[in-house]
Design a protein around this ligand. Structure first.
Ligand code: NAD
Length: 453
């Protein structure tokens, strides 16, 4: 295991000598001193984390290109600029979010005159963040920012499937953040298993539900609370009255970014047969507009993270009929942006989260059938709708469940820092971003003050 836990002035041998239990004990000891609690320390860490992003913009984009062939514009937008905005928003509001609340006198009936009551946030202690590979910087460091803002010590375990990014964070984090309170441990299953055997005060996991269950089981040993940011098949309902050229442009942009490897990417489309025909044509135009006639040669188009995921997604291409795309190149881990028409609910592509650049269109007669289709499956991380009809919007909101609900522009809800971002049911538990990160990484302590006299 490569631990990058020590300040730059410590020797390599000291670094290698620190095993996982000792590292966690050191972080816990730091937290116990109270060092991470003052607002000034939290703000300083966030300011330094901001500098980590802005001073290493190119190195971050290089690492993401190496791991995912992530186009630079996507890397800057999702893995530098968005986290910086999240940090700025947190810095601007942190003092206010941490202000204790107080109850009105009507809540204190029956208590002695002069009693006061309210709540205040207190940090949980030492937090473990386990991150995935698809947005490996954002999904590592935005949770770390939240944990620090809430006054915790943090141990980050980046994904081994994005090795260049993992190595970069292991190198940069100790240079920028307080090395007594923040550590990075690199590694895969054995290292994560060893980490999960330790006692943490919160575990924040982003990834798939199978590992989510492993994390939750391990956390149960220590009664450690968890946030599980998981995935799922996020549906898109396209109503007959929606402008298909707008829908196609927004669907293509969100589905095929990062080669479809986005947890809140549209997974499949539900629409009526006539709209499906129009959408197929408009999607083909939108994709050609984004990547040209040969997406494989476009700098704007990414790749599958590895051959295992390439094989998994390639195997789903047989469902329905291919409207466009379908081309694959295993050596290049390339799967063309692909739209499949006439897909049925029991086709292979509808049995698991696609997490790749393949968009199935499932035809339904009406909204009732769409709602039944959605509710017959696991609760998704996001549900999207394109419609001009207020009743349709109201029904989708009232008669389905999902982590987030977005009309008009998929994936945009995660950019609204004050909205909670998280799943429900199979798509996860808990949420974060903005003030919701403070709630996720804090204990909300009840306080009652009764005068002695
Ligand atoms: P991954 O394979 O990188 O795994 C995530 C983390 O789990 C890694 O750090 C990995 O080392 C660790 N891990 C893997 N196997 C383990 C084991 N057996 N024991 C302990 N730890 C283990 O990422 P992934 O799961 O392939 O990510 C894709 C999934 O994540 C998709 O389902 C996607 O929808 C979901 N996701 C969700 C969000 C969200 O914010 N809700 C964001 C991104 C991805």
């Amino acid at each position: 295991m490569n631990t990058a836990v020590t300040p730059t002035d410590r020797s390599q041998s000291t670094e290698d000598a620190e095993d996982t239990p000792a590292l966690v004990a050191r972080l816990r000891a730091t937290f116990a001193t109270g060092r991470t609690r003052p607002l000034a320390w939290r703000e300083e860490q966030l300011t330094r984390l901001r500098a980590l992003f802005t001073e290493n913009r190119e190195a971050i984009a290089d690492a993401l290109h190496s791991d995912l062939r992530k186009p630079r514009a996507e890397a800057y937008a999702a893995e530098v600029d968005l986290p910086v905005r999240e940090i700025d928003h947190t810095l601007a509001h942190l003092a206010q979010w941490l202000t204790p609340t107080s109850l009105g006198q009507e809540s204190l009936a029956g208590l002695p005159q002069g009693s006061t009551a309210g709540t205040q946030y207190e940090p949980l202690g030492t937090v473990l963040v386990i991150a995935p590979w698809n947005y490996p910087v954002q999904l590592s460091l935005v949770p770390v920012a939240g944990a620090l803002a809430a006054g915790n010590a943090v141990l980050l375990k980046p994904s081994e499937l994005a090795p260049a990014t993992s190595e970069l964070m292991a190198r940069l984090v100790p240079q920028y953040l307080d090395p007594e309170a923040v550590a990075v441990v690199e590694g895969g299953v054995p290292e994560t298993t060893e980490l999960l055997a330790q006692r943490f005060d919160h575990i924040f996991y982003t990834g798939n539900g199978t590992v989510g269950r492993i994390v939750m089981r391990a956390a149960a040993e220590h009664l450690t609370p968890v946030t599980l940011e998981l995935g799922g098949k996020s549906p898109v309902f396209v109503d007959w009255d929606a402008d298909v050229s707008v829908v196609a442009a927004r669907l293509a942009d969100t589905k095929f970014r990062n080669a479809g490897q986005t947890c809140v990417a549209p997974d499949y489309v539900l629409t009526d047969p006539a709209t499906a025909r129009a959408l197929e044509v408009a999607l083909a135009e939108a994709v050609e507009g984004m990547f040209g006639p040969d997406p494989q040669s476009s700098e704007a188009y990414g790749r599958m993270v590895n051959q295992r995921h390439f094989d998994r997604v390639s195997a789903l291409l047989g469902s329905g009929t291919t409207v466009f795309g379908g081309h694959t190149d295993r050596e290049d881990v390339y799967i063309a942006p692909t739209v499949l028409a006439g897909v049925k609910g029991d086709d292979p592509v509808m049995q698991e989260e696609i997490f790749g650049p393949v968009l199935p269109i499932v035809e339904v007669e009406d909204l009732d059938e769409a709602i039944t289709f959605i509710n017959d499956r696991d609760k998704p991380l996001a549900l999207y709708g394109f419609t001009e009809n207020e009743t349709t919007r109201r029904r989708l909101a009232a008669e389905t469940s999902s982590g987030g609900l977005g009309f008009g522009l998929p994936m945009a809800h995660l950019r609204v820092h004050d909205l909670p971002f998280g799943g429900v049911g199979e798509s996860g538990m808990g949420s974060y971003h903005g003030p919701h990160s403070i709630a996720a990484f804090s204990h909300r302590r009840a306080r009652l003050d009764v005068p002695l006299g």
